[in-house]
Design a protein around this ligand. Structure first.
Ligand code: ADP
Length: 427
């Protein structure tokens, strides 16, 4: 029989799930991430302290987000999870319609729990909460770029107000001065808020020390809702401490490749750096994809002659904003995105067919498309390459022994990410 897991996590998007898993691994948990809610129980040899179920529920209709989250909850409880963690974005991406409020409320009801916390604080990534106001770096959320987000514009930085607009439960606040006073003070404040009928408390945190003090006070809560920051302090509640063993993956072998479909600034710099170092790189032209040219075949022919055991190659659609806009005007935003994602996903399949077993993918949507094309349903989370981006080991029908894959959110990672990633994997 599979040993029960300790922590069951529900993440509202794919790279956010990996970011959470990464923090749990660094704090000593062995973590498996699943793509959607699995149909079968966790494998008997999975050896996981935590499972992160990655949904794509951030911006779908609230009732669907609730249904998917409840399905994830049922599966996690069936695996024995002692505590549930609902993970959302560290910029609290949501609208008055949800989905953070409705999902939290539904999970509380299903868990028969009258109190939980909510905090996107992640000081390591510049997300801090003070007096209930969320800061992104030095700016209030409402003055940051998130003000103009196409799907979830965040125009109010006061999270008590933001969350109260999404839920019937009363929303309260645990202030930083309580955090500074220590875990007992936080426990006392939770008891007071509960007595007042508060169901969800936004929690301030401006440093990792705040999160370390918060952690022990959350041990008895059936449900924690947060960005990935709080995860640094939860494994200790289960008696776990940071250990290299938590990040252990099978030994890496096979050929190396990088696929980049992100046009974010960090990825642009990474592509430029990789090329400047003299590594082989092939640029893809979306207009040729739209014209039905054999772009995939040609890319694989190009790669076949160049793949070498210890030298990675790069296939990329990464382009500067003006070039992306020109393509989007010609093809439409959605069609351009879909076309490029599907082309890169087909190239990922082809590369694995050619023997690639160490694959870096840049771009959140691009990663989702590649993982789907490779038939990956579960990932074991390994060592961090850069903050938020770990190596993973995945089973795929295309690679009987599995493959190592790193899924990089567009704006994550240092300039040399595409070369350094492979050095991290070396035994
Ligand atoms: P990020 O994590 O940086 O947001 P994503 O992969 O999530 O990266 O999103 C990038 C989007 O841009 C994808 O839909 C991708 O297909 C699309 N795209 C990539 N390259 C181009 C390009 N040259 N022209 C137009 N769209 C592109």
């Amino acid at each position: 029989m599979t040993p029960p897991i300790l922590l069951g996590c529900i993440a509202d998007d794919f790279t956010g799930a990996t970011d959470l898993a990464n923090n749990l691994v660094r704090a000593g948990m062995r973590v498996v991430q699943t793509i959607g809610v699995p149909e079968a129980p966790l494998a008997a040899d999975a050896a996981a302290d935590a499972v992160v179920v990655a949904l794509k529920s951030r911006t779908i209709a609230a009732d669907q987000a609730v249904a998917q989250s409840l399905a994830a909850l049922r599966w996690l409880r069936a695996q024995g999870a002692r505590q549930i963690y609902f993970k959302y974005c560290s910029t609290f991406d949501s609208t008055p319609a949800g989905n953070i409020g409705p999902v939290t409320e539904a999970l509380m009801q299903a868990l028969d729990c009258d109190f939980t916390i909510a905090t996107p604080a992640f000081p390591d990534n510049g997300r801090t909460v003070f007096k209930g106001y969320l800061f992104v770096g030095d700016q209030l959320l409402s003055e940051s770029g998130m003000r103009q987000h196409p799907l979830t514009p965040m125009t109010d930085a006061n999270l008590v107000r933001v969350l109260q607009a999404q839920t019937r439960r009363r929303v309260g606040l645990i202030e930083q001065r309580t955090l500074a006073a220590g875990s007992d003070a936080i426990r006392a404040r939770i008891a007071d808020l509960r007595a007042e009928g508060v169901g969800i408390a936004i929690v301030d945190a401006v440093s990792n020390d705040d999160l370390w003090r918060l952690g022990p006070a959350l041990a008895e809560l059936p449900l924690v809702t947060a960005g990935s920051g709080v995860a640094i302090a939860l494994p200790a509640n289960f008696g776990l401490a940071p250990a290299a063993q938590a990040a252990a993956l099978p030994a890496a072998s096979g050929l190396r490749a990088v696929l980049a479909g992100s046009c974010s600034q960090a990825t642009q710099a990474q592509v430029a750096h990789f090329i400047a170092c003299g590594h082989p790189a092939l640029a893809l032209d979306p207009l040729r994809m739209a014209a039905g040219d054999a772009v995939v075949r040609q890319a694989l022919d190009w790669a076949q002659g160049r793949l070498a055991a210890d030298a990675p190659l790069l296939v990329y659609s990464t382009a500067e904003p003006a070039a992306v806009q020109a393509i989007q005007q010609r093809l439409g935003v959605a069609r351009a995105g879909e076309l490029v994602e599907q082309t890169l996903a087909a190239i990922a399949r082809g590369l694995v067919g050619l023997g690639v077993r160490q694959l870096v993918v840049a771009g959140g949507e691009t990663s989702g498309a590649c993982v789907q094309a490779l038939g990956v349903a579960q990932l074991r989370i390994g060592a961090q390459i850069d903050p938020g981006v770990p190596w993973c080991h995945a089973a795929s029908p295309l690679a009987p022994q599995g493959l190592h894959i790193a899924l990089k959110s567009g704006n994550f990672g240092g300039e040399d990410f595409f070369t350094r990633a492979f050095a991290v994997l070396r035994p």
